[in-house]
Design a protein around this ligand. Structure first.
Ligand code: B12
Ligand code: SF4
Length: 511
């Protein structure tokens, strides 16, 4: 029998940091997990698998890695298409035989350009990767087990990740899942069990689901119990999950999760303004009063966390300012764990409305869509909104109030929280809004220093340094460093975007 050659597989989560830092973002929870789920499908006896997550490990600038892989797989958020395209050029230049694969939100939002730029552009879930492996090297290279390779995610900072459902049963206008329109489904009991087995002992578990609650009560209860069983066996000290606003309409849901070891709940409140919520088609959050929800959760020994989206095409500076001040002045409510501007994500109803209404700014790039800069014409003059956004994103002028609020909030709920939760209540807002320390390797730190300053507005931001190749490349790769433009000088959608989004016919794979 001929000995099979071992293949080198590199799985990359491509990422553009909104702060334009090339250094690792280690302490952020949650963490991109698709690379580790993908890795689980390769037979470890025949494949050397490595993961580079540009969020967790920082920008991939190590040129020695470029000729290592036989296969490079890309995943990432929609706005990271350009980054994946750039990286593919480095690998192809270093090893013309390398095979490139892309999947996830990028490939679904930009099917045509992905099919053109990568050897395989997968439209489905990680379960599609075995077909690609089989097509390339045969079924021996596919792993029999599908358990994720959490061992490659070390250091995990004591957090284990679990996915019990996919997609969502709601349809908020700004959400990429609405644009994709894929069905909400639960993982099988066997899949959840094998993920929990692969996780081993951890401090805490974060359930990654977009909506852990979902629309099937029996499935919800079963999933809670499955996790609860492991918690009772002592595999972890507690867990947390993301739920939608409708979950809280039945307080018994909160009690059930608490009885099963849940210590923290995240819900996308998004806005305190009912009109904005209606415009987002986010009716499930209309009754999500953070004060009431924090209290309900705390009384059940759980920490409440939420996200807030500000939309200057509908809101004034005074509206946003007063909502934020109200939170800072009230120690009973936590600060939002996520504060972002609305992003017109490709393919969403929100994007289509913004484009139709002429709200998109001229010369917008896909990589501008990171939620931390103005990309749509605001309701108020740009000269007033942009400086406000700059201060808001850096929490300028609010740092003292932030520190005061953090301490007071933790103190207020101290009797309801254990030590882990109190520590989390203190660290999370300081980590999110208190500023960051940019530490990484020398290349990454020097790359961060090359970045033009952030202006918090797409119309004035310069191009990131990543658009200049790290190494000299033949002219055939020039197009990989051209930013994908969303709008032209008049604010209309570009031809290249419309072409990039055209649907493709799926390539028939073996198996
Ligand atoms: C971890 C996470 C992050 C991390 C890392 C994200 C990353 N990839 O770099 C951080 C914290 C950085 C992050 C940031 C943001 N995130 Co986020 N995040 C998540 C979260 C909670 C989990 C992702 C995950 O690991 N899931 C588990 C893995 C297994 O599944 P998956 O990645 O969804 O991939 C599935 C498929 O797409 C497919 N797949 C993916 N890749 C590949 C590759 C191949 C080859 C194949 C075959 C299949 C495949 O298979 C998987 C299922 O089996 C999701 C919500 C969720 N539950 O998915 C949101 C989510 C991905 N984030 C989202 C958003 C909106 C954001 C922000 C824009 C929020 C904001 N307003 O600030 C920011 C980004 C800011 C910026 N810089 O641009 C959106 C999607 C946005 C998009 N399409 O671009 C999601 C879906 C949440 C939501 N419902 O709105 N996020
Ligand atoms: S509830 Fe969350 S995941 Fe579901 S559609 Fe709305 S924003 Fe997306």
């Amino acid at each position: 029998m001929r000995l099979k050659r071992k293949q080198n597989v590199l799985i990359i989560n491509a990422y553009f940091d909104p702060w334009r830092s090339s250094t690792p973002t280690r302490w952020f929870i949650p963490r991109a997990m698709a690379p580790y789920y993908l890795a689980g499908h390769f037979n470890a006896d025949l494949c050397n698998v490595r993961v580079w997550d540009e969020v967790f490990h920082g920008a991939l600038l190590d040129t020695r890695l470029f000729d290592w892989p036989d296969l490079v797989i890309f995943t990432g958020l929609t706005a990271a298409f350009d980054r994946a395209h750039q990286l593919s050029a480095y690998f192809r230049n270093a090893n013309p035989a390398v095979v490139t694969v892309i999947g996830g939100p990028i490939a679904r939002a930009l099917p045509s350009i992905c099919a053109e730029s990568f050897d395989y552009a997968c439209q489905g879930d990680v379960e599609e990767i075995p077909q690609v492996i089989e097509d390339l090297w045969g079924s021996d290279y596919v792993s029999e087990s599908t358990a994720p390779r959490f061992d490659l995610a070390v250091p995990s900072m004591g957090v284990g990740y679990l996915e019990t459902t996919k997609n969502c049963n709601f349809a908020c206008s700004f959400c990429s899942l609405t644009g994709e329109g894929r069905k909400f489904v639960s993982h099988s009991e066997q899949s959840i069990t094998s993920q929990l087995d692969a996780m081993k002992r951890v401090l805490g578990v974060m359930v990654l689901d977009n909506n852990f609650y979902g629309n099937d009560r029996q499935s919800f209860e079963r999933r809670v119990e499955l996790i609860g069983e492991r918690w009772r066996q002592g595999q972890f000290r507690g867990w947390g999950a993301l739920v939608t606003g409708d979950f809280f309409k039945h307080p018994e849901n909160v009690e059930l999760m608490a009885r099963n070891g849940c210590k923290g709940i995240f819900s996308g409140v998004e806005s305190f303004d009912p009109e904005v919520l209606r415009s987002f088609n986010k009716k499930q959050s209309l009754t999500s009063d953070p004060r009431a929800l924090t209290k309900l959760c705390a009384e059940n020994g759980m920490f409440f966390d939420y996200g807030m989206i500000v939309d200057f095409s509908q809101q004034t500076i005074a509206d946003v300012d007063s909502q934020l001040n109200a939170v800072l002045e009230d120690p009973t409510i936590p600060l939002p764990g996520l504060l972002s501007l609305t992003i017109p994500i490709l393919g969403t109803p929100y994007f289509d409305d913004a484009a139709r209404a002429g709200r998109l700014m001229p010369n917008l790039l896909l990589s501008d869509m990171d939620g931390q800069k103005v990309v749509e014409w605001p309701k108020e003059p740009l000269e007033k909104v942009v400086p406000f956004v700059a201060d808001l994103m850096q929490f300028k002028g609010r740092k003292r109030a932030l520190a005061r609020h953090t301490v007071k909030h933790a103190w207020h709920w101290r009797r309801h929280f254990d030590l882990d939760q109190t520590a989390l209540a203190m660290i999370r807002p300081l980590h999110r809004f208190g500023g960051r320390i940019n530490l990484g390797n020398l290349r990454q730190m020097s790359q961060s220093r090359k970045e033009p300053p952030l202006t918090y507005c797409a119309m004035s931001d310069g191009l990131r340094s990543a658009y200049t190749p790290l190494v000299p490349l033949p002219s055939q790769f020039e197009k990989c460093f051209e930013p994908l433009r969303i709008t032209d000088a008049g604010g209309g959608l570009t031809e290249e975007l419309l072409k990039a989004r055209e649907k493709t016919t799926p390539v028939a794979l073996a198996g």
